[in-house]
Design a protein around this ligand. Structure first.
Ligand code: UD1
Length: 420
């Protein structure tokens, strides 16, 4: 297993280009299963999760053509098997996103249950309920979700009692080919849901209200091909900004979208960052100052994202003052803090609340990544630690950060991969 070695202490300075959003690319790749013609997806990030989704489509017999820029043309018409097997689903929960499109287009799907994961139980009951409301016959047996539809799915009113991102996406995709109108209430408003809706519209879907909590879909008989670039990754953007703020540096982040980062930018400003934005760039300058401790509470978009909580805990660990972090989305998402405590962070955890007393510097220690965003937070902690930190189980970071060593090296970080 590869490890990362980071020698801390340097303020990061320079420019970085942001990749396409993983969490937008995954549902969009799944959405290509809805079309009756080939769809080309562009600006895909080069990541393990994307490879897993492409592998999943390939296993179903779907023909893919990939060019050197990682633009992928997908022809769902070539599908042979309507099954998402356990070996792939267990490595990536987002595989569940093929469920809605397969039932809606081909009338049938068999998708392995994703099972547990490091950050909490993460059930998929709301995905199943939504499909049942649209007339699908869904049974869960032998670890698989087996869904069937007798003819087209039927439009329905679907109310989610918890805001779910992939749940909203699954039902939104299914509704595009259903007969009649569907109304999704308490829908997720995340920019990745909006990006998916825009892609579906480019394929000929009739959708309105995306980006609000009520999405209306008038089902159509067929969707056609299109060429669609995925939006910039707001979490990758936020991760670099936070890393630079923690190290008291200066950065220009390019190829990004500042309009979908309000909550994160506001908190970084509270921490003392000087931020300027343009149409597709963000500049952050700490002017050499130590960040100030800031409180955060995670919640669905447009509030502060749970996927940025770990990175902010690393920054708070070395900030001036005491901060309170509340995690309201996942019940077990503080595992990175135990590792940071081993690096000298002063953190008290009580259920879903953590109190962080900022220290001047952390000390290097061997640490272990437990999930994707936790690994990013340990990279930040290592960047502000004295000495050489070795981060184990770094495969988590390769699921969600394209070329992280190269990008950080360009910012002046001393980081190298130790192949394992
Ligand atoms: C997506 C993101 C993930 C992010 C999360 C929250 C992708 C591929 N992943 O995950 O990076 O951290 O949103 O912003 O886009 N829930 C249920 N029943 C369900 C579905 C969800 O109870 O059927 C609960 C979950 O346990 C959790 C909450 O709803 O407490 C939100 O989860 P959800 O938005 O579904 O997360 P994901 O879509 O899996």
């Amino acid at each position: 297993m590869d490890k990362l070695m980071i020698t801390g202490g340097e303020p990061l300075r320079g420019e970085v280009r942001i990749s396409g959003a993983k969490n937008s690319a995954l549902p969009i790749l799944a959405a290509t299963l809805l079309a009756s013609e080939p769809v080309t997806v562009c600006n895909l990030p080069h990541l393990h999760d994307i490879t897993t989704m492409l592998e999943l489509l390939r296993r179903m017999g779907v023909e893919l053509v990939i060019d050197e820029k990682l633009n992928v043309e997908i022809d769902a018409g070539t599908i042979k098997q309507l099954v998402a097997p356990y070996e792939l689903v267990k490595t990536m929960r987002a595989s569940i996103l093929v469920l809605g499109p397969m039932v809606a287009h081909f009338g049938e799907a068999e998708v392995s249950l994703p099972g547990g994961c490091a950050i909490g139980s993460r059930p998929v009951d709301l995905h199943i309920q939504g499909l049942r409301a649209m007339g699908a016959d869904v049974v869960v047996e032998a670890g698989y979700i087996r869904a069937k539809s007798n003819g087209r799915l039927k439009g329905a009113r679907i109310f989610f009692d918890t805001v779910t991102v992939t749940g909203t996406e699954n039902i939104l995709m299914a509704a595009t080919l259903a007969e009649g109108q569907s109304i999704i209430e308490n829908a997720a408003r995340e920019p990745e849901v909006v990006d998916l809706a825009e892609c579906l519209i480019a394929m000929g879907a009739d959708i309105s209200g995306h980006g609000t909590d009520t999405i209306t879909v008038n089902g159509v008989e067929k969707l056609h091909g299109c060429k669609f670039p995925v939006v910039a990754d707001r979490i990758e953007t936020g991760t670099y900004l936070t890393a630079v703020a923690a190290t008291r540096g200066k950065i220009k982040v390019k190829n990004t979208n500042p309009r979908i980062l309000d909550a994160v930018l506001q908190k970084l400003e509270e921490a003392g960052a000087h931020i300027t934005t343009g149409d597709d760039w963000i500049e952050l300058d700490m002017k050499g100052q130590r960040p100030k401790a800031i409180n955060i509470t995670t919640a669905p978009y447009p509030a502060f994202p749970t996927d940025m909580q770990a990175q902010f805990s690393a920054m708070n660990a070395v900030s001036e003052g005491v901060s309170i972090l509340k995690e309201t989305i996942f019940e077990n998402r503080f595992m990175h803090m135990q590792e940071m405590i081993r690096m000298g962070a002063k953190i008290n955890i009580d259920a879903n609340t953590a109190v962080v007393e900022g220290v001047e510097r952390l000390q290097a220690a061997p640490v272990m990544a437990t999930d994707l965003r936790a690994s990013a937070s340990l990279v930040i902690a290592a960047l502000v630690a004295d000495g050489d930190t070795v981060i184990d189980r770094i495969y988590h970071i390769d699921r969600g950060y394209e070329c992280i060593e190269e990008k950080l090296q360009l910012l002046g970080a001393r980081i190298k991969r130790i192949p394992g």
